[in-house]
Design a protein around this ligand. Structure first.
Ligand SMILES: Cc1cc2nc3c(=O)[nH]c(=O)nc-3n(C[C@H](O)[C@H](O)[C@H](O)COP(=O)(O)OP(=O)(O)OC[C@H]3O[C@@H](n4cnc5c(N)ncnc54)[C@H](O)[C@@H]3O)c2cc1C
Length: 487
């Protein structure tokens, strides 16, 4: 039987493809934003009509990065994040983070309203739920802290829509949307308002000379007074030691047709988490995420997809779309947003809450660029010591490196993938019928061995999350280079 299941995110299956030309000459700007995900476009949007020449460059297509594979919930109920921040820092910091998320939600809804953006925005209730009584205390703790922020929280223990999830709190005034429709609209609005946008334009390195940044895109350069790294994994910063200030969390997602949508979304309090939401396009869908884990702990993507499909089968559902995605996690659960060095800004480490935090980065970084104060700059300071986690991150990096070697083992691939050495280079071949796809099998970023993802047909780096398609083109960073055999 031929399966109709698509191995891309439900958002990527759309007809609104972005087609913008690459950079074709040297350019000078006041602000260069590198990266066209929710972070880069939110910053660009906030710089419209601010008397500055602004350009945004994107190495692939607008919205083609992590944002195209999100679940697109716009919520401030983010597992037990406020209890964690209170425990790590203080009640006041937890409250400030809560306010930042509420402000970001307001901002997205205002933009959608003001610009009349059609992006399937639905207001709904967010749930934090579990079927394990051991988690009840954690859920109640989060309820207590939210109530201290004056948030209205409801507790119930009725059986819930996803399986038999019993213990739940819920909050109102949260949303879901179609993240790519939102981004494409932001892009069009920016273009109409004199923000220059270039696709298929990679910045390979950045040099500082005479108080200006020289951003090299290969043939042409952009000279900028201020530069924003909205690139998800800020690899340009040396010696910032980003691999020691972050870990990567990977999850698996399916979208399944259902009879009708519910105005609810939810998540379990701890990992491996289950998260869900609904989306209505041509049909109603349930989007269901599960099996979240530290990226380097994964044995094999095929097994994870197999487990996920079995999980949804037990709910009586049949996936129409399957995909995987990863995000950057920080030790203190707070994002990293702000000025790194003179006129160089970064925004990353969203702990899987990038719809709100990418929007917030838009607000904070545009304020910094315009020399305005912003009450959130201090808690998200990229230079704070608390995000350093040398020991744990080192172990994760080593595990990723070892995994890249172990997965060269034939048993994972039924002889469809062959690893070999040729002319002193590590090569891999994927065989599909009579076709053979040959690529370099080490990641150009830091040299880790690539693992074949049999389900999505991508080459994945187990260390820092770069991904490449069958032909070897890089589809997700931090690698800026392809693994094509002939290059
Ligand atoms: C499974 C999963 C589900 C999630 N669900 C939610 C959710 O429901 N709600 C929520 O709030 N968050 C969610 N998140 C988190 C959210 O998706 C991310 O935090 C967010 O999309 C990151 O956006 P970004 O703009 O920083 O990165 P990206 O979208 O990756 O954008 C960065 C862009 O920079 C480009 N780039 C990189 N290097 C260069 C270069 N050198 N030159 C030019 N361009 C470059 C890339 O091509 C990319 O397009 C989820 C995350 C995961 C993993």
């Amino acid at each position: 039987m031929v399966s109709n299941m698509k191995k891309i995110s439900i958002w990527m299956d759309n007809k609104f493809k972005s087609k913008i030309s690459r950079l074709k000459k040297d350019t000078e700007v006041d602000v260069l934003i590198i990266g066209g995900g929710i972070t880069g476009l939110s910053i660009a949007y906030n710089l419209i009509n601010k008397n500055m020449k602004v350009a945004l460059v994107e190495k692939n297509k607008i919205g083609g990065g992590i944002t195209s594979r999100t679940t697109g919930k716009i919520t401030f109920l983010q597992q037990n994040i406020y209890s964690k921040i209170e425990e790590k820092y203080s009640f006041e910091k937890a409250e400030l983070y809560y306010q930042s998320q509420k402000d970001a939600i307001k901002k997205i809804v205002n933009i959608i309203d003001k610009e009349k953006i059609d992006c399937n925005l639905i207001k709904n209730k967010s749930y934090l739920f579990s079927n394990n009584e051991d988690n009840l205390e954690m859920i109640q703790k989060e309820k207590n802290i939210l109530e201290k922020f004056n948030e209205k929280v409801t507790y119930t223990n009725e059986n819930f829509v996803i399986g038999e999830m019993k213990y739940q709190i819920s909050v109102d005034n949260t949303y879901v949307f179609h993240p790519l429709k939102y981004l494409y609209n932001l892009k069009d609005i920016c273009l109409k308002n004199n923000i220059d946008i270039y696709e298929n334009t990679t910045v390979y390195n950045i040099e500082r000379k005479n108080e200006l940044y020289y951003c090299n895109t290969g043939k042409y350069k952009v000279i900028a007074k201020k530069v924003v790294l909205a690139i998800h994994y800020p690899y340009f910063l040396k010696p910032y030691f980003f691999p020691f200030k972050s870990t990567l969390e990977k999850s698996y997602v399916v979208a399944c047709k259902v009879d009708k949508i519910e105005k609810t979304n939810g998540i379990t309090p701890n990992n491996p988490s289950i998260s869900f939401r609904y989306h209505e396009n041509e049909y109603p869908y349930l989007i269901y995420l599960s099996l979240s884990h530290v990226m380097q702990d994964e044995i094999n993507a095929k097994e994870m997809f197999y487990k996920l499909k079995n999980e949804v089968k037990l709910l009586g559902l049949d996936p129409s779309y399957v995909w995987s995605n990863h995000d950057i996690m920080t030790k203190d659960s707070l994002p990293i947003i702000g000025e790194m060095q003179d006129n160089l800004y970064i925004a990353t480490g969203y702990n899987t809450w990038g719809m709100t935090n990418g929007t917030l980065a838009g607000m904070i970084i545009s304020d910094l660029i315009m020399n305005k104060t912003n009450k959130y700059t201090k808690i998200f300071d990229p230079k704070r010591q608390e995000i350093l986690q040398i020991g744990y991150s080192f172990v994760c990096n080593v595990k990723g490196f070892v995994k890249g070697k172990i997965n060269r083992n034939k048993k994972f691939y039924n002889d469809k993938v062959v690893y070999l050495r040729e002319n002193n280079k590590n090569i891999a071949i994927y065989k599909e019928g009579s076709k053979e796809y040959k690529v370099h099998s080490n990641c150009p970023h830091l040299g880790c061995g690539l693992i074949f993802n049999m389900e999505e047909k991508t080459w994945d780096c187990p260390c820092h999350g770069s991904r490449f398609n069958l032909k070897g083109d890089v589809i997700l960073g931090p690698s800026n280079y392809s693994i094509k055999y002939d290059e």
